[in-house]
Ligand binder design. Sequence first.
Ligand code: NAD
Length: 347
Amino acid sequence: MSAGFEELAVERGPRSGALMAVVVHSTRLGPALGGARIWHYPDNDATIADAMRLAESMTHKAAAAGLNLGGGKGVIATPQEARPEGEARRALLLDFGDLVDSLEGRYVTAEDVGSGAEDMEVIAERTAHVVGRSSVPGGSGDPSPVTALGVRAAMRACAAVRYGSTSLAGRRVVVIGLGHVGTALAALLRDDGAEVAVTDIDPGRRPDAEALGARWLEPVSALRAECEILAPCALGGLIDEFSVDDLRCHIVCGAANNVLADRHVAALLAERDVLYAPDFIANAGGLMSVYGELRGLGHEGMVRLAEGIEQTMYTILSRAGSAGVTPLEAALEHSRARLEREARISA
Ligand code: NAD
């Protein structure tokens, strides 16, 4: 096992024949919670590498959010790019449920890219260590509405730092990706009085924009649209060393994971005076939603945690400002400090 990781369980599912892995990066703060990604990978090494990278980032996300959770991740490699359906999907999920169960609660699974609440029900046939369910009392189901609440809370902190007021009324916000989170976020921002514009590579989403009362932008122009806040809610890697020059916004704050192509882009944003809300702080509402299910907090408890992202983000941005480091560095330092504190207490 690589240094810094606790456990790696890999197998070829006996029913499905598919490669699947669970990586436990850390259980220092609690059971390692991280979604099950169902994805097609070029080879076995790429599958394991993705699981390890994601597991480590879950440790930081949970620690920075103040949750008593460790970091882990599950991946299920599909034989082809097409989404497996029917019996083939069921076989994958039952195999994965057995693999999760073999870790005896050190890892708890949930939804991620390629998996949804209905898949968690199938996994639950083989293990109790699964959350993000919709059919059980206290089940959290789709985490996206809570994620959207958390992103809005993060935006309020950014507005406070940049403009001296948390109000989003009258702010021009561009939401890139009108999916589960983007749609919920756009509705919250509209209700806050923001001027919302949206885009999606799927033109079939255009009627959703109209229903929201949001202006539709073509995907090519959205990144360079003049606005106060750009909210990436699609896939990662949107902002790289080239696209950073296209930005005409003051703040980048959205739900997308790994929105920066790599960490050094955080410095390029700072040089251009763009305030960057670190993704793993802004989008922690999704993790809070499943944490709420695990701890029986109920919907109100999940919402309270997500609203708390405003204070966490404000603390991180203020530290970045006073220490002269990027918000990303300040956020990583924030999570490391908590992990070290807990290690000292338990030593
Ligand atoms: P989703 O699949 O429901 O929506 C993504 C949308 O983005 C889709 O409508 C897709 O067509 C669109 N899209 C893809 N590429 C695009 C592009 N280049 N330009 C414009 N639109 C594009 O996903 P989601 O659940 O809403 O999640 C959005 C992002 O937030 C992902 O990066 C996800 O990892 C992250 N995230 C989600 C949650 C959650 O609770 N769902 C929690 C934390 C982080």
